[in-house]
Design a protein around this ligand. Structure first.
Ligand SMILES: *Cc1c(COP(=O)(O)O)cnc(C)c1O
Length: 351
């Protein structure tokens, strides 16, 4: 049989996103780490007042209005920022710019599965190095693997832990390739690795508006790095990778830090409460600096997979990964207080 596709496309699995039920269906959706609260009213106001003229023209290739807002909020120069159609786009662009057959893309496991998918498309070689038993970063092994790109999600998914900045600093100093610190969940964390971009030319921080800013549907993310590192990315990215709506709405959301922080505080308070309630039901879990918990249910009644399926039948979606080391766990997004209560009531019958 001949194939239309390149051999690596034929053999790769393809990324499987979490289930996305139709809007309006009566489902408690705790499977893809969306924020349970609505986007900033300031951002919605911008959306509702958009002029058609904005859409007639091509958008700004550099999304400068949004870059300006990021620059003010994070105190980084605009030319240290690259904007993407979601942070997935930024991750994709860095792989396309740096990796190819014969080069390696390296990351600790378990982590965000998209790193593997994007690398296999390129194609480049993936090197997956297990985390330590207590999620210690395997610095020596990661450095020895000598990746063209090394990805560290911090806070990490699905574990929820933060990698200490000193570990990232040690790793960055040892690498000759690029270190990407994926801070998709930073808005729910107590620390950031952002200072590293000033210390190391080979470090990029990526962030998203999908989680902390409740704008997963908008598709907007960005990378921060030395302009020397960004220069290659600007050659590779689609010229118009960020649409005019996302740029305008995103700028308003970014400027409304007070709203974003207030929502994050609610999520963090609910996260602590949910963790205590789940422990009381016999679940084992670690501290999380994200908007989800990775939990191990007690096994005397149902397996993690059985619980996932039973919850789904009751209209509650959580994430189950059929993956080495995760088969006995569930990743549960922190919802509103009411959603978390309904989850707990359902679990009462299942564990
Ligand atoms: C959700 C997530 C992203 C992707 O975010 P988008 O900006 O929506 O593309 C990136 N990295 C990690 C670890 C995530 O969990």
């Amino acid at each position: 049989m001949t194939s239309y596709f390149r051999p690596n496309v034929d053999t790769m699995a393809g990324y499987v996103p979490g289930e996305q039920p139709k809007p309006g269906t009566n489902i408690i959706k705790l499977n893809t780490n969306e924020n349970p609260y609505p986007p900033s009213p300031e951002a919605i106001a911008v959306l509702q007042n958009l002029e058609g003229e904005l859409l007639r023209r091509y958008p700004d290739p550099y999304a400068n209005e949004f870059r300006q807002a990021i620059s003010e909020v994070l105190d980084v120069p605009t030319d240290w920022i690259v904007v993407g159609n979601g942070s997935d786009d930024v991750l994709n662009v860095i792989i396309r710019a740096c990796a190819e057959a014969g080069r390696k893309v390296v990351y600790p496991m378990p982590t965000y599965v998209l790193y593997r998918t994007l690398t296999e498309i390129q194609p480049a070689q993936t090197i997956e190095i297990p985390y330590g038993a207590d999620y210690e970063l395997p610095i020596v092994e990661l450095a020895a693997a000598n990746g063209a790109v090394t990805f560290i999600a911090s806070p990490n998914s699905p574990s929820g832990h933060v990698v200490p900045i000193d570990d990232l600093r040690q790793l960055a100093a040892k690498l000759t390739g690029v270190l990407v610190v994926d801070e998709a969940y930073v808005d729910f964390a107590n620390e950031t690795a952002l200072p590293l971009v000033k210390e190391f030319e080979n470090v990029m921080i990526s962030r998203t508006l999908s989680k902390g800013y409740s704008l997963a549907g908008l598709r907007l993310g960005f990378g921060i790095a030395n302009p020397k590192l960004l220069s290659g990315l600007f050659k590779v990215k689609d010229s118009y990778n960020v649409d005019a709506i996302a740029c305008a709405v995103g700028a308003a959301a970014m400027r409304d830090q007070a709203y974003k922080n207030a929502c994050a505080e609610k999520v963090k308070a609910s996260r602590s409460k949910l963790a205590i309630d789940l422990k009381q039901l016999g679940f084992e879990l670690r501290d999380s600096q994200t908007n989800f918990l990775l939990v191990q249910p007690p096994t005397h009644k149902n397996s993690a997979e059985q619980i996932y399926l039973a919850l789904k039948q009751r209209g509650i979606l959580v994430r189950y990964f059929k993956q080495a080391g995760l088969e006995d766990k569930l990743r549960i997004t922190v919802g509103t207080e009411a959603q978390n209560q309904m989850l707990l009531e359902a679990l009462l019958h299942l564990v």
